[in-house]
Design a protein around this ligand. Structure first.
Ligand code: PMP
Length: 366
């Protein structure tokens, strides 16, 4: 049968390797899932109550403008509500940006260990991914700028980045923006912004508010504990928000997500507790892992990239197997260019202590 006799996707689509989510399978009895950067503290009780109430109206379409949610976000961050658009996870908004602004022949840049969906979104739009090298597992502004050509249309930066947990200070983000041609969109993906406690960090609100080629994306999946609801938002110039509103589905965010998200934004105590819990454990885990001889990339997020020594039986894959046998599911990072590292999300006390203990035993000379 000739190829013409069967449906064919656009050129490039079959080059996409599908995203592999963090799994929860383990051979041990109790399982701690530390593979998807979910929060151990879960959502705000107010968000759960709002979600349950939404269950009384399942027959009704949601508000296509997600008005109460956009208003809650605008109120908290002090933003103009008409410059906010919500999506089914920030994943949807990142994909829509690529689809609306990229086409065949265009180039879009991300950094060597940048979040995997950028590659998929760029290829799905028919464009060409361009990978900028990093320095010290961190986005290198000069290296990104060196990749810019007349074909560049978009630059994706996760700040902080997943899976490295490293971040760019605001001065560097500004320098990156200043070096880009006006027609190139800088996408600042701030999925982990709430976790960052650094004076020199800014999530992107300032630039996305002032420049006409910067957009910031955020998620409810991490600090707000609503990953299962699929909810994210973007803030940016009116013209880009207008484009996203044209291409998104009319009811792209569910009624329960709108209700739960609005309640979650308003519960600052819950967010503060989650930030404090994470800040405490990121330090304890980083120190604990260093003490047993493992290098960790300094992280400002809710996860750690753990590097294994290249000795027989102590490679990341072996450690992963050992941890799974003991009920701890982390994430192998070969797909991100770290064949000998595991990424661990900060979990409950018991899970974090358990991983430290298990890895200590795993590394003991036999
Ligand atoms: N950006 C980054 C950097 C992420 O790590 C993730 C989640 N893995 C996302 C975006 C997507 O998050 P969501 O679609 O759940 O909002």
């Amino acid at each position: 049968m000739s190829d013409k006799a069967k449906p064919q996707p656009r050129a490039g689509i079959l080059d996409i390797a599908a995203y592999v989510p963090g799994d929860s399978a383990s051979t041990g009895k109790r399982v701690f899932k530390l593979s998807a950067n979910e929060t151990p503290l879960g959502p705000s009780p107010a968000a759960i109550a709002a979600f349950r109430q939404a269950g009384d109206h399942l027959q009704d379409y949601p508000d296509g403008d997600a008005t109460i949610l956009r208003q809650a976000i605008a109120d908290f961050h002090g933003l103009a509500v008409d410059r906010i658009v919500c999506g089914a996870g920030s994943d949807e908004l990142l994909a829509l940006l690529a689809q609306a602004y990229l086409t065949a022949g265009d180039e879009a840049i991300y950094s060597a260990h940048g979040f995997m969906m950028y590659r998929i979104d760029i290829l799905a739009a028919g464009a060409t991914p361009v990978i900028a090298p990093e320095t010290a597992e961190t986005v290198d502004v000069d290296a990104v700028l060196a990749c810019v050509t007349a074909k560049t249309r978009m630059v994706f930066v996760a700040n902080p980045n997943n899976p490295t947990g490293t971040y760019l200070p605001f001065s560097e983000v500004k320098r990156l923006h200043a070096g880009l041609p006006g027609g190139v969109i800088l996408v600042l993906d701030a999925a982990y912004a709430e976790y960052v406690r650094r004076n020199d960090y800014e999530s992107g609100i300032e630039l996305a508010g002032a420049a006409n080629n910067v957009i910031m994306t955020r998620t409810f999946s991490k600090i707000h504990g609503l990953a299962g609801q699929r909810l994210g938002w973007a803030y940016g110039p009116a013209a880009i928000i207008d484009v996203l509103n044209r291409v998104r589905g009319p009811f792209n965010v569910t009624a329960s997500a709108i209700a739960a998200g609005a309640a979650a934004v308003a519960d600052r105590d819950h967010v503060d507790r989650s930030v404090a819990f994470n800040a405490d454990w990121i330090v304890r885990l980083s120190e604990g892992l260093s003490q047993i001889g493992l290098r960790v990339t300094p992280s400002v997020g809710n996860f750690l990239l753990i590097h294994f020594p290249d000795r027989d039986g102590q490679r990341a894959a072996d450690a992963d197997r050992y941890l799974r046998e003991n009920g701890f599911v982390l994430r192998q990072m070969g797909g991100y260019g770290f064949p000998n590292a595991l990424r661990m999300s900060v979990g409950f006390d018991e899970a974090n202590r358990g991983v430290l203990d298990a890895l200590g035993k795993f590394l003991e000379p036999s």
